[in-house]
Design a protein around this ligand. Structure first.
Ligand code: SAH
Length: 212
């Protein structure tokens, strides 16, 4: 159920759904998603669905992981990237296979610990995990060429915009937790000018404050 054939079927489905970036598809084909969730759910790990990872959180749907990664990378090679919402660490593993340096921030201690351990075991030495409230970004390593947020705030936190390099981009779901979020792609053109494009309707857990 976690065989290469099962994984290849998922990749074929992502292509049918419009994912075109070959690098993204290549990395998603080899990262073992079944290791990022409870063993009881592993048989479903190559279905195109989000699944629970405990603490009322979920590992994102593969299509959304692919789509957000593709938006972050299109015609652009970000070197230093920040992810807010480590969760299972799956999205971090995908990004870790594509960029030079990834920082990822999680607010729930057990999720942070699990993801940190697993990413280390899998050999990701370019992924730095941090336990913190990511609404404040991760100031120590800013600015970032790209930032990806995998939990939804009601509005875009100012700190994240300020930690973006000039020319950098931010992919973020924005909206309340009533299922009305939209995925936004934000470009920082200069010190104080940003463009915002709305991409598609999405459903994410809320971005919450403070560590837990
Ligand atoms: N990228 C994850 C998706 C996890 S779901 C994956 O691939 O599995 C979103 C995650 O964001 C949850 O783990 C949640 O605890 C975390 N989160 C929510 N608000 C946060 C905040 N302010 N700072 C850091 N992480 C946050």
């Amino acid at each position: 159920m976690t065989s290469q054939r099962t994984r290849d079927r998922l990749i074929a489905l992502l292509r049918e759904m419009g994912i075109q970036n070959e690098e993204v598809l290549r990395v998603m084909r080899y990262v073992p998603r079944h290791l990022f969730m409870d063993q009881a759910l592993a048989s479903r790990s190559y279905e195109n669905t989000s699944l629970p990872i405990g603490h009322a959180q979920t590992i994102s749907q593969p299509y959304i992981v692919a789509k957000m990664t593709e938006l972050l990378l299109s015609d652009f090679v970000p070197e230093k990237v920040l992810e807010v919402g480590t969760g299972s660490g799956y999205q971090a593993a995908i990004l870790g296979g594509l960029v030079r340096e990834l920082h990822t921030v999680e607010r729930i201690t057990p999720l942070y610990r699990n993801a940190r351990e697993l990413l280390y075991q899998l050999g990701y030495r370019n992924v730095r995990t941090h336990l913190a409230d990511g609404s404040w970004g991760w100031e120590d390593s800013a600015p970032y060429d790209a930032i990806m947020v995998t939990a939804a705030p009601e509005s875009v936190p100012e700190a994240l915009k300020q930690q973006l390099a000039i020319g950098g981009r931010l992919v973020i779901p924005v909206g309340g937790d009533d299922g009305q979020q939209e995925l936004q792609l934000i470009h920082r053109l200069s010190e104080d000018s940003f463009t915002v494009e709305s991409k598609e309707a999405v459903v994410f857990v809320p971005l919450l404050e403070k560590i837990n």
